[in-house]
Design a binder for this molecule. Structure first.
Ligand SMILES: *Cc1c(COP(=O)(O)O)cnc(C)c1O
Length: 389
């Protein structure tokens, strides 16, 4: 596939390699292993002199289709698909961190991306520091001689805070450190971190890329062949690989990414403005509102504000619970980025067991409601929210 095509063309066609039957949709190569022509062919496959498939943990044509498609959309050298977003995150940590090395990360990063470092990688002597990465001075101040990665999530969860990718890339390059960006909230349709100077970009494709809340998965894209080789080696030896059927579902979801994102984003802008004007709402955090503290950065590095809104209710925790129980259209569930609108109240749900101090430090106030906007009719979504407010 010619890489000079536009995004909406690439999302439909990139990665597809017609087999001898010319199936328009990729076959699901539901096989664990692949036969060799003869002993010499087997030896050449293992020596890497021949591109043939060997065993599905090491590579599979359906999975390769997805890897190549996401790599094309992110403008990278190549992709590595994993069984979950966390499979992608931990593969990146495993590839670049060793005993005695250090990582600087966004404080409001996805919960498991932080806890796996603090609870598990720490057992192997890996050090981690979490800072508000929307403040570049804090990122730079956290760098130590043993820092190997700057890892940012932007927009971050659930505060929707935004980090300047190009600024972080300058700092990373100055210190000879790799910059990794979790691009799950924007998808490559709205933000392409490699073009802004990042070395590695990763996704939980569970969210916008698949977009139908029916599969869990992750994809990493590297800028260079060298990083791709290292990551592929780490991922295929550890084994958080993606299954061919999982890849096939994600390929199907990916084909409509731009259409879903445009509709969800248009809904989001209307809803965010409506919320901001509502008397029961204390504050709204959405990159498409001028009131967003990093509005200017969002304008510069994202081609659109996306479909995730956080807002606070004047009535705090009690009002949040009432809203959860009153909405009928928005589904009360975690996750995000699907065609259906989801609502979640971190203080009474995902973060109910977290101490008040820790919640406050991460910006998760009792009044915070997280709203993942789907592709439903916007008037129906607003009527649904109005009932609860
Ligand atoms: C969901 C999510 C992850 C983890 O992905 P899984 O597919 O659930 O393993 C990582 N980062 C972000 C930003 C996410 O939203």
């Amino acid at each position: 596939m010619n890489q000079d095509k536009h995004f909406d063309t690439l999302q439909v066609h990139a990665g597809h390699q017609h087999d001898h039957l010319k199936a328009v949709n990729p076959p699901i190569y539901q096989t664990s292993t692949f036969a060799f022509e003869d002993a010499d062919d087997g030896a050449a496959c293992f020596a890497g002199e021949n591109a043939g498939y060997i065993y599905t943990r090491l590579g599979n044509p359906t999975v390769r289709h997805l890897e190549n498609a996401v790599a094309a959309l992110e403008g990278g050298f190549g992709g590595i698909a994993c069984g979950s977003g966390m499979g992608a995150v931990t593969s990146v940590y495993m590839a670049f961190l060793s005993a005695g090395s250090h990582i600087v990360s966004t404080d409001a990063v996805y919960g498991a991306s932080r806890s796996v470092l603090e609870k598990h990688f720490s057992r192997f002597g890996v050090q981690s520091t979490f800072v508000d990465s929307s403040n570049l001075a804090l990122v730079e101040a956290a760098i130590r001689p043993n820092t190997k990665l700057i890892y940012i999530e932007t927009p971050a969860n659930p505060t929707i805070s935004i980090t300047d990718i190009a600024d972080c890339a300058v700092v990373a390059a100055k210190h000879g450190i790799k910059l990794v960006v979790d691009n799950t909230f924007c998808s490559p349709y709205l933000q392409q971190p490699l073009a802004l100077g990042a070395d590695i970009v990763l996704h939980s494709v569970t969210k916008f890329i698949n977009g139908h809340a029916d599969v869990v998965g992750g994809v990493i894209v590297t800028k260079t062949a060298e990083d791709h080789k290292l990551l592929y080696n780490v991922m295929t030896s550890m084994g958080p690989n993606m299954d061919p059927h999982q890849a096939w579902l994600v390929i199907r979801g990916l084909k409509t990414l731009s259409l879903r994102m445009e509709k969800a984003q248009a809904n989001s802008q209307i809803i965010a403005e409506w919320l901001e004007a509502h008397p029961a709402v204390a504050w709204v955090r959405y990159p498409g509102l001028k009131s967003h503290p990093q509005y200017e950065i969002a304008q510069r590095q994202q081609s659109g504000p996306g479909a995730m809104i956080s807002f606070g209710l004047k009535g705090g925790l009690a009002a949040g619970k009432k809203l959860m129980d009153s909405v009928k259209l928005a589904v009360l569930a975690v996750s995000l980025g699907g065609v259906e609108t989801l609502i979640q109240h971190p203080a009474s749900m995902t973060h109910a067991k977290v101490s008040s101090e820790a919640k406050l430090a991460a910006g998760i106030t009792d009044d915070l409601v997280r709203y993942s906007v789907g592709i439903e009719n916007v008037d129906d979504l607003i009527a649904d929210l109005e009932r609860g407010l």
